[in-house]
Design a protein around this ligand. Structure first.
Ligand code: CA
Ligand code: CA
Ligand code: CA
Ligand code: CA
Length: 364
């Protein structure tokens, strides 16, 4: 194909994924609770929760400004999110019912894409404070923000591994978006994808063994899963529409993701092997950035027999042995201006232009 055709296709694919914030957050092990996401169905973006079958929809933010990128705390009692209500973009936290919204970042730069540590003590997020996007970590009360990436390229969409040892994110440092993993203190950044496709928004499985993410190749975007060391890459969606922003259910059996296969962005649930995708939003509005609430596993009430214990420990052991891993997240946003700019520089080769255009979007 000619360069201009390639450019158009590439920009189209980027635009399809990009004009929706599509950050999902990490699943922590537990019982499956509610699904948080954001939607513009009431005129501006709000964070909603609903049951896993799409019922009992509730608007948690009810704010005239943009509210997006919800991330459940590991105990399911709080939601971190991003909001424009203070004029910039700040990471807030609120109770699971929307009460007590609190600004954690209070920084004139852009702060977004929060993700909790498994012990709930810290929150990773993306900040543009020094001219490019970096993955930061702060205490859960907003204290001690620390830049973990310190790289001139954009680094975003952090997610913690369930054992707390690693943080996965996506970065543009190799000239294309790849999913990387680093130690939780920022050391040992490692490229897990090394692909010619854009690899974005990693999402760690609750047992730590796998990472789901979105990969975009020209007009095609799919949800993939790989082992936490980058091996055994598998396409879970195989659908001509855009499929992106995956997040796992706390029991590890399901993956929620975003898809345009119904004609607009909706949230779908599928089995973790890609089977039985089901639209649970069914709204003509933009619905995106799902994250599944983990609820505590009920204590075994005076169970006499040791029959039900074997499953959990095995997965944890596997995680520790892995050389590297990532977690999950995703976020995107604003659309039109960058597409116009991208088309204006149509002389640039297609893939480079698409990637450039997408920097804003996938950052979150
Ligand atoms: Ca709002
Ligand atoms: Ca950076
Ligand atoms: Ca697809
Ligand atoms: Ca929709």
């Amino acid at each position: 194909m000619r360069p201009l055709v390639l450019l158009f296709l590439a920009l189209s694919a980027v635009a399809a994924m990009a004009d929706a914030p599509s950050r999902a957050d990490g699943a922590f092990p537990g019982v499956n609770g509610k699904i948080a996401f954001w939607s513009n169905r009431d005129g501006n973006s709000e964070v909603y929760v609903m049951d896993a079958d799409g019922t009992n929809l509730t608007n948690l933010t009810n704010n005239a400004d943009a509210d997006f990128a919800p991330a459940w705390s590991p105990d399911g009692t709080k939601i971190a999110f991003t909001t424009g209500r203070d004029g910039g973009e700040e990471v807030y936290v609120m109770d699971a019912d929307g009460q007590n919204p609190t600004n954690l970042t209070n920084n004139p730069g852009s702060n977004f894409a929060p993700a909790w540590s498994p012990d709930g003590a810290q929150i990773a997020f993306t900040a543009s404070r020094d001219g490019n996007q970096e993955v930061y970590v702060m205490d859960a009360d907003g204290q001690n923000p620390t830049n973990l990436t310190n790289d001139p390229a954009d680094d975003s969409s952090p997610v913690w591994s369930p054992d707390g040892a690693k943080i996965a994110y996506h970065t543009f440092r190799d000239g294309i978006f790849d999913v990387y993993v680093m130690d939780a203190d920022g050391q040992n950044p490692t490229n897990l994808t090394n692909q010619t496709a854009l690899s974005l928004t990693p999402a760690w499985s609750p047992d730590g063994a796998k990472i789901a993410f979105a990969a975009a190749r020209f007009a095609e975007t799919e949800v993939y899963v790989m082992d936490a060391d980058g091996s055994n890459l598998t396409n879970l969606t195989n659908n001509p529409a855009s499929d992106f922003a995956p997040a796992w259910s706390p029991d590890g059996a399901k993956i929620i993701f975003n898809s345009t296969r119904g004609g607009n962005r909706d949230i779908y649930v599928m089995d973790a092997d890609g089977q039985n995708p089901t639209n649970i939003t069914n709204s003509t509005a933009l619905d995106t950035s799902p994250d599944w609430q983990p609820l505590p596993v009920e204590a075994p009430a005076e169970t006499p027999a040791p029959a039900e214990t074997p499953a959990a420990p095995a997965a944890t052991a596997t995680v520790v042995a892995l050389p590297s891993t990532g977690s999950e997240s995703s976020d995107v946003r604003r659309s039109t201006p960058w597409l116009a700019v991208g088309l204006a520089v149509a002389g640039v080769i297609a893939l480079a232009s698409a990637v450039w255009y997408s920097r804003r979007r996938w950052a979150r």
